[in-house]
Write a protein that binds this ligand. Structure first.
Ligand code: NAD
Length: 319
């Protein structure tokens, strides 16, 4: 049975990777400092070896990789606005932690490390869709740090022979995405606001577009990236290949939830990109990847999860 380390496994995407690995019988360790993740995200997933600690501490990184064959590196401070407000803290979580983990993985003889890259690396270059060959143009400390992380990964393959693969995620959404912080993904914030009878705020004119990707599609791509031979030192987009504007997202969610009215609008946010859409040709060719869950189906599943978790958390407050 292969053994996996999921860093940031108590977070949104990490917890879905853990769930998928356990479901197929693999051995799973999680390392997480619970800065944005929550133990409850792993509720019901028995058999996880949970290590609470900060990967910016190299002792933690060494303990985390001991005896592990594959590392799925999800841990990060994944927020553009937080990185703009506090670039040093974000650098520590996104770069220091990654370098510590790479060194530890190299020294422990890990077979492959799959790194969670970000579409933010592409910045505001006008060409759509984004191909991996395009020159990066990060607009925020977060985007730059995620890019540096993936370049460190490639360098560790070339310098030390540690197999690494970067999967660039686009806008991922799904159950367990935390809507409680203003830095959360837009879909979880919209669902929370509309479900509570409030209108969400759209920063900008609402015509900005994103390649919103249901989390199961990302899990599929990452697990393939750990398994497929001969792809070390590559960067691969994993998304849907489509794009949806924030206004279209808003209207679709209104229909799913049964809400009406217009959103509030606020000023565009510093460091945000205008349009984002992935070219997923490389993922198809190298990983045999195809998105299995559509945008609409993903939204329906996410709304359903949100309703169930609200009902479970506060049954007495429901009308
Ligand atoms: N959600 C998206 O749309 C998206 C898009 C592109 C890339 N990504 C990347 O995917 C990964 C997962 O993102 P997510 O949306 O699940 O975010 P998340 O905040 O839910 O998960 C990140 C996890 O990392 C943990 N963590 C942070 N710093 C740590 C440290 N120093 N040591 C140990 N644990 C630490 C947090 O506690 C959290 O559990 C991140 O690397 C992020 O940059 C996400």
């Amino acid at each position: 049975m292969p053994s996996y380390l999921v860093t940031g496994g108590a977070g949104f995407i990490g917890s879905h990777l853990v769930e998928a690995l356990l479901a197929r019988g693999d051995t799973v360790r999680v390392v997480d400092n619970l800065s944005s993740g929550r133990r409850e995200n792993l509720a019901g997933m028995s058999g996880v070896d949970f290590l609470e600690g900060d990967l910016a501490d190299n002792g933690v990184a060494a303990r985390a990789v001991a005896g592990v064959e594959y590392v799925l590196h999800q841990a990060a401070m994944p927020s553009v606005p937080r990185s703009v407000a506090d670039p040093i803290a974000s650098n520590r979580a996104n770069i220091d932690a990654t370098v510590n983990l790479l060194v530890a993985a190299r020294d422990a003889g890990v077979r492959r490390l799959v790194y969670a890259g970000s579409s933010s690396a592409y910045g505001d270059t006008p060409t759509l869709p984004k191909t991996e060959a395009m020159p990066p143009a990060p607009l925020s400390p977060y985007a730059l740090q995620k890019l540096v992380g993936e370049q460190y990964c490639g360098m560790f393959t070339r310098l030390y022979g540690l197999e690494t693969v970067t999967i660039r995620y686009f806008n991922v959404f799904g159950p367990r995405q935390d809507p409680s912080s203003p830095y959360s993904g837009v879909i979880s914030l919209f669902i929370k606001a509309l479900s509570e009878g409030r209108q969400p705020t759209i920063f900008g004119d609402g015509n900005q577009t994103r390649d919103f990707t249901y989390v199961t599609n990302v899990v599929d791509g990452v697990l393939e990236a750990a398994a497929v031979p001969g792809i070390a030192d590559t960067v691969i987009n994993v998304a849907t290949g489509g794009r949806v504007s924030l206004m279209e997202l808003f209207r679709t969610l209104q229909r799913v939830i049964g809400a009406s009215g217009d959103p509030a609008f606020g000023p565009p946010r510093a460091g945000d990109v205008r349009d984002s859409q992935a070219d997923i040709t490389r993922a198809r060719e190298l990983l045999g990847y195809a998105p299995s869950v559509s945008f609409e189906e993903g939204l329906a599943r996410t709304v359903e999860w949100f309703r169930r978790s609200q009902a479970a958390a506060a049954p007495e407050t429901r009308s």
